[in-house]
Ligand binder design. Sequence first.
Ligand SMILES: [Fe+2]
Ligand SMILES: [Fe+2]
Length: 481
Amino acid sequence: MNIMNVDYSTKIPNNVNLSEDRQVLKALEGWHPGYIDWWNDMGPDGFQQSLVYLRTAYSVDPRGWAKFDYVKMPDYRWGILLAPQEENRVIPFGEHYGEPAWQEVPGEYRAALRRLIVIQGDTEPASVEQQRHLGKTAPSLYDLRNLFQVNVEEGRHLWAMVYLLQKYFGRDGREEADELLRRRSGDGDSPRMLGAFNEATPDWLSFFMFTYFTDRDGKMQLHSLAQSGFDPLSRTCRFMLTEEAHHMFVGETGISRVVQRTCEAMRAAGISDPADVAKVRALGVVDLPTIQKKLNLHYTLSLDLFGSEVSTNAANSFNSGIKGRFHETQIKDDHRLQNDTYPVLKLVDGQIKRVDEPALTALNMRLRDDYTQDCVKGLLRWNKIISTAGYDFKLTLPNVAFHRQIGEFRDIHATPDGVLIDDATWNKRKTDWLPSVDDGDFIASLMTPVTATGEFAPWISPPKVGIDNKPGDFEYVKIET
Ligand SMILES: [Fe+2]
Ligand SMILES: [Fe+2]
């Protein structure tokens, strides 16, 4: 069987030869009804019978892997797709540096690997749950389609992790796979595993921020796992990254289009001060200070996903060869890091200071730094839109000490500029920096659905190009069928 092409003859599309792997096929087929129940209960609310113009992977060839067609979401072919096996791949870091990559789970790392896969797997359905109400307020059919594309692919990412659990982890893998369908985002009794995945995604600006900042955490984690010495995990993550790029595109261009529309409206109305919130809001667009607050919230929630800056878990995962660094194979060092240091921002005597820590325990910090660098690119684009419109206003990333619940700065308060402040000041000022109830109400007031082809809600610009090069009036979702 050609690994590049996907076998659609089995109930579960795959390029891992499932039809000859009876036991795993049976386990996955046993899991399938529960997944469909979960999708029906927790997937997009409404629209399940609508025809959506979705892409589906038919190949894992990076030169051409997706085809577009109208599909009802419950009929989407969620499949198991691994990037092609690299011949003679070796473990690119840690104690086993240079040894052949593992095709089976090494016994001594079984528990740690399973945990990493479960944590990654848990985020995938969580975001679908968080976004399930957004369809009802989509600003256009184009955006509605993008939401559903992201949702079905997060569903596929769950399948990807469940395949690894069921194929390589026996009975406890099957139990974990069931648990992934049992937990619910934001649930009091059985929440999802990570904080940001239990937060609400109440409106479309949140959705764009989430896909920009939180899916980008996912990208960093997938990149690190794509380096794994456990080859099936590496290959799984490599293909997931292909899909993930679109999710971040949705976020980046979504925010661009909101910023664009706000600037156009301000100019048309002759507003010179973008910080004049009341005047800007009267135009029915999102003011730039509120966009900054949303950005502050989603960026900091996403920073928390990287865990503690200094972590022996991170060191162990690296040493044992199960989780590498961002672009590990391109880094020029010994890939063992036994004698290296890395600068970590810490709280020292009430001040934020850079402290050199052993590079191994500082790996979360390093990945977070790589993440921040990656985030900056979008801000440059958004700020370009603002400056081109003639406004003196810059969106910025807040200091990493601001609004943290995990790591070095979880017990203190700081301003977005990184000035430490006391509780009273924080409580007085936090709604200057984070969305308030009023801000949320205002954004909610803009969220009226637009379902006519080629039309867009007045708070967001149309995209520059259509999906699959479709024209502006293309019917991306046939709501009535
Ligand atoms: Fe994902
Ligand atoms: Fe994603």
